[in-house]
Each structure stands twice: as structure tokens, then as C-alpha cells.
Design a protein around this ligand. Structure first.
Ligand code: ADP
Ligand code: MG
Length: 237
């Protein structure tokens, strides 16, 4: 067995799709800029988690991914690192609306994602706004007006803001659906579809889910283009 095969076997990684690149087994393999690697080392992380190791090289090829992995597997940095790399490549940061849009099911989760952006995105000078329900829209809209590279949002509130025509999706080139199964369980499918309809089709789409039932498979097949599917451990149908 090759070192890649050994790694995938030991970490229960399966990846299916065209020409799947080898995982980044160490942080040095990633080629991330030194400022980013410093933040990672400062956080005390010693190696990429398996989902990070396998999805980073695929995401950096601008390909779509559906990733199936349990909670606690490090999915947040799994999509945020490629988002930071994308934003660093744009000389003009998001003046006319966000470049990266992350959809998440709850306020708590959206806030946690924003915290990770603020912590690990500092070295890349990334700005971030969080939009969720149960809080007044005024402050969120004011923050949005100041410009944000990354918008992290729950589908309900984001769809309200979209209907008010207060957000412009024309610059969005990376869309992340985090905890897609939970968003569907919570009944957000209509809002997700209305939002995604407004995003340019040439985007990259990354979908994360803990389970892989037929509803999730259906939305994945509608929203993703020729994705690589990455599983960590057993798939819970
Ligand atoms: P998930 O979204 O899969 O549930 P999270 O992204 O919330 O997982 O990550 C779970 C925890 O693991 C967080 O505290 C996060 O900071 C930490 N973490 C992320 N990447 C690594 C890594 N490479 N090594 C160690 N811990 C990590
Ligand atoms: Mg998560």
C-alpha cells in the first residue's frame, strides 16, 4: 500500500470522484502561507484532521465537494481555510457584496463559525458579518453595509434580507452549506433554494452533512456540479 492508501485506511477516509488528489497529511503539505500556519500552530494543532486533509486539496482545485463526517471532525476550518486562500487571491476584497457565503442552521452555529473566522482569518485580513434571526435587523444591515468578505447566515434571516434587496450576491464565488441535513430537518429547503437561485452559477459549492439521507442527496445533486464525495468513517443513512 502507498502512504496515501495507508493514511486513508487508518483514518477511514473514502473519496470518490475524478482524479481525487492525495490528502495533505501534514500542515507543511498544505503550502498555506506562513502567517496562516503560525495561527494554526498557536492554536496547538499538530496535524490536519482527516476531513481537512482530504478536502483541502480538492477545494483548492476549485471543485465542488460533498463531505460526510460527524460533528467534532474539524469541518469549519475544512471550508474556511480554502475560503481564506481564495480571498487572499482577490486583490479587491468584497466591495459589492460578499465573496464567500456560509449557510448554517442556527444562530449558535453561525456565531461559532464567525468566531473561527475572526480567529484564523486575522492573518488574511478577512472581514465577516453574521446574519441570524431573533435579533433586530438594523445592526446586521449596518454591518453588512460596511462590507464583508464572508457572510455567515441562517437561511431564514438571509432570505428576509434578500427579499428586502439589502444584499448583493453577484460577487459570491464560494458557497458553503454547513450541516445541510440539519438545515433540511428544520424546514429551510425553500429558503436555501431561493438564496442559491440568486448566486452566480459559476460558483464553487461545498456541502457538509453528518448524515446522507435521500433529501440531502437530492439537494446535493441539484446544487453541486460534479462533486467529489468525501466520507470519514461510517455513513449514517
Ligand atoms: P465540526 O464542524 O466537524 O463539528 P469543528 O470545526 O467545530 O468540527 O471543530 C471541532 C473542534 O476541533 C474545534 O474546537 C476546532 O477548533 C478543533 N480543530 C479544528 N481543526 C483542528 C486540527 N487540525 N487539530 C486539532 N483540533 C482542531
Ligand atoms: Mg460544524
Amino acid at each position: 500500500l502507498s502512504p496515501v492508501e495507508v493514511y486513508r485506511q487508518q483514518h477511514e477516509v473514502t473519496a470518490s470522484g475524478d482524479n481525487v488528489p492525495a490528502p495533505f497529511m501534514t500542515f507543511e503539505d498544505t503550502g498555506f502561507p506562513p502567517e496562516i500556519l503560525r495561527e494554526i500552530h498557536a492554536a496547538g494543532f499538530t496535524s490536519p484532521t482527516p476531513i481537512q486533509a482530504q478536502t483541502w486539496p480538492i477545494a483548492l482545485q476549485s471543485r465542488d465537494i460533498v463531505a460526510i463526517a460527524k460533528t467534532g471532525s474539524g469541518k469549519t476550518l475544512g471550508y474556511l481555510m480554502p475560503a481564506f486562500i481564495l480571498l487572499r487571491q482577490r486583490c479587491n476584497h468584497s466591495q459589492n457584496g460578499p465573496t464567500v457565503l456560509v449557510l448554517a442552521p442556527t444562530r449558535e452555529l453561525a456565531t461559532q463559525i464567525q468566531d473561527e473566522v475572526l480567529k484564523f482569518g486575522r492573518a488574511s485580513r478577512v472581514s465577516c458579518t453574521c446574519l441570524y434571526g431573533g435579533a433586530p435587523k438594523g445592526l446586521q444591515l449596518k454591518e453588512l453595509d460596511r462590507g464583508a468578505d464572508i457572510v455567515v447566515a441562517t437561511p431564514g434571516r438571509l432570505n428576509d434580507i434578500l427579499e428586502m434587496k439589502k444584499i448583493d450576491f453577484r460577487q459570491v464565488s464560494l458557497l458553503v452549506l454547513d450541516e445541510a441535513d440539519r438545515m433540511l430537518d428544520m424546514g429551510f429547503e425553500p429558503q436555501i433554494r431561493k438564496i442559491v437561485d440568486q448566486i452566480p452559477p459559476h460558483r464553487q459549492t461545498l456541502m457538509y452533512t453528518a448524515t446522507w439521507p435521500k433529501e440531502v442527496r437530492k439537494i446535493a445533486s441539484d446544487l453541486l456540479v460534479n462533486p467529489v464525495q468525501v466520507n470519514i468513517g461510517n455513513v449514517d443513512e
